[in-house]
Design a protein around this ligand. Structure first.
Ligand code: SF4
Ligand code: SF4
Length: 443
């Protein structure tokens, strides 16, 4: 059943096989704590927090163990009771080595909660302060400290807060389950964001392949005329910020600018819930909700696990790998990161783990470019992926810069659509890095 027949959308994009049916009916399960928790300090964008514990420190659930260090930074709290066994250097799921705090978990479940605050009488400043102290980071992938996004630059006028309920990556159903299971809390979280930003209007953009979520949310806002539920065409990458703003408001975010510049503030569904939990329940961000899916895992599930749980414990909790499993990805299949070390832990913003079989991945051989132009037609940002990839291979970074390589959001749409199986986004990602280095050296 489709709610709207003429759903809104953006130009370009693709429609990969959705694969949501593997987990969309699986309610969240609370996964027990593993024996050991690994907490990398680089769980979010910005400056890493400073550890407050050392080897041998005893910690409780919710205890502050690494403090915020600078404006764009976020604290880390212990997800478990236990003892710090060491602070060492390890690689997180993004492959970047950094200090990590390792905790041996005890049987106790003693928790430290912050005082719950009244969502009606709370002030703008109290919302920001609480979200900062609870260590909330964005759940949409980039893991940007949320309180910073609740603190817009002076003079920026925001007209609407948009919650991103698209979940356009195939396989993932975490946000969908949230919309089904915690509908009213999401609306309460949205109202807190609107209050923090002093904005009157709110909207939730959802792809039209989620009719039950649309129906439940519409029912939840029927007495709130200032909040709209907007059904959007099911198309990748509908959930990218610029595409979402265009589809919901009709406004374009100018190249190189931020959503604020188009009068919009975007937050993810999971972030709205983390804000609600921090304020109304006094919780710190110590759990991650994620979809575990793909035909390479025996039991596909939606789970809520302790932040810092090693991937191997999650895989074991879901029954282990099937004989056909060939690839493990953290995140969605379009933008996720392939994993080779299953001792790496899930982090605050981990949205999914996919265990894929040979039939679910593209392992066809790369051939020369056919000059078909499909990647150009599909790029939602009107870039020229084939050219950017080629310029990177030839190390012609100045030309790549002129063709706006740094605007690429690495959505992977071009790679998906390429009949020659050229890893376009990988080349462009490399080119972006080089151009960024050149630009920094110029300053
Ligand atoms: S990865 Fe970059 S170049 Fe490719 S489609 Fe997405 S935005 Fe365009
Ligand atoms: S889609 Fe692939 S084959 Fe076609 S123009 Fe782009 S890079 Fe070349």
């Amino acid at each position: 059943m489709k709610i709207l027949h003429h759903s809104k959308t953006f130009a370009g994009g693709i429609h990969p096989s959705e694969q949501k049916e593997l987990t969309e009916d699986k309610a969240f399960e609370l996964m027990p704590a593993p024996k050991q928790i690994i907490l990398p300090l680089n769980q979010h964008l910005g400056k890493f927090p400073k550890p407050l514990v050392k080897k041998g420190s005893e910690v409780k659930i919710g205890e502050l163990i690494a403090e915020q260090d600078g404006f764009i930074s976020s604290p880390i709290h212990s997800p478990v009771c236990g003892k710090v066994s060491k602070i060492t250097v390890g690689a997180n799921v993004s492959g970047f080595p950094k200090d990590e705090i390792i905790i041996d978990v005890s049987d106790s479940d003693e928790s430290i909660l912050m005082e719950p605050l009244d969502a009606v009488t709370i002030t703008q400043e109290q919302i920001r302060e609480r979200v900062k102290n609870a260590g909330v980071v964005g759940q949409g992938g980039a893991a940007f400290p949320t309180y910073v996004k609740l603190t817009p630059p002076e003079g920026k006028k925001i007209d609407v807060v948009i919650l991103n309920g698209c979940e356009c990556e195939p396989y993932l159903t975490r946000d969908y389950r949230f919309m089904i299971e915690r509908t009213n809390d999401i609306i309460a979280g949205l109202k807190l964001i609107m209050k923090a930003l002093g904005v009157e209007k709110g909207a939730i953009g959802i792809e039209d392949n989620k009719p039950l979520a649309i129906e439940k949310l519409k029912l939840a806002v029927k007495n709130n005329p200032d909040i709209q539920i907007v059904a959007l065409k099911t198309k990748y990458p509908q959930g990218a910020e610029k595409m979402l703003i265009k589809a919901v408001t009709g406004k374009e975010v100018p190249p190189g600018k931020l959503p604020f510049d188009a009068g919009a503030a975007i937050q993810n569904i999971g972030t709205a819930l983390a804000i609600y939990d921090a304020i109304v329940k006094g919780e710190t961000q110590t759990t991650a909700a994620l979809t575990v899916s793909g035909l390479g895992i025996k039991e596909q599930k939606n789970i809520i696990a302790k932040v810092g749980t090693p991937l191997m414990d999650v895989l074991e909790y879901c029954g282990g790998l099937t004989d056909e499993a060939v690839k493990v990805v953290v995140g969605g299949p379009m933008m996720g990161i392939a994993q080779y070390d299953f001792s790496a832990p899930i982090m605050k913003a981990t949205s999914g783990i996919l265990i894929l079989t040979k039939n679910e991945i593209n392992d066809h051989e790369e051939t020369p470019c056919l000059r078909c132009g499909k990647c150009v037609d599909a790029c939602p940002l009107n870039l020229i992926p084939t050219r950017l990839s080629r310029l990177t291979q030839m190390e012609k970074y100045d030309e790549a810069e002129k063709l706006n390589i740094t605007l690429c959001m690495e959505c992977g749409t071009c790679t998906y659509t390429c009949p020659a199986n050229i890893p376009l986004v990988q080349w462009i990602r490399l080119g972006k890095k080089q151009v960024n280095v050149i630009q920094k050296a110029r300053v």
